[in-house]
Write a protein that binds this ligand. Sequence first.
Ligand code: HEC
Length: 150
Amino acid sequence: MSDNDDNKEALLAQADGVVKTVRFVFLVILLFPVVFYFSLKIDFEKDKITDFVEQPLVENGIDPESGLIIDEHYELVNGTCSACHSINLVTQNSATREGWKELIVWMQKTQKLWDLGENEILILDYLEKNYAPKEQGRRAPLKDIDWYEL
Ligand code: HEC
């Protein structure tokens, strides 16, 4: 081999080294956003999990903010019936369906409660189911008793 050939080979080896270095640098630059993206994603997911834990816990099926029993249409009731007064007025009362209906009519006649439209049925369904009169006393009233003559 001549000196010239040796030189060429050395140059080629050098060039090869440069190409490899450049390739490596590009690879790192390309990988960086990917790694960055995944590290961000992991952070987001951590946030999501803590968000979830920090939400108020629903206890015994009662919405901790309004105190309403969570059931079908409770959000409708919460939205409608807390517009003028505390929703406590609802949660602290109980009535039959007819009783709630009368109350709504009374509020419409005297308190400027608007026509509830189709929502009235849904609201009454909810109130009847969840805020019915509480049972009186500890035992059911006696029925069908044959009282003996005194
Ligand atoms: C337009 C306003 C308004 C809206 C909306 C409203 N109310 Fe009322 N409500 C009143 C007013 C005013 C009173 C009287 C408040 C007071 O006595 O302090 C009242 C009183 C009540 C009371 C207490 C009645 C009593 O015997 O003392 C209950 C229970 C009640 N509302 C339930 C509801 C329910 C259920 C809804 C949803 C369907 C509702 N309110 C929506 C205005 C409203």
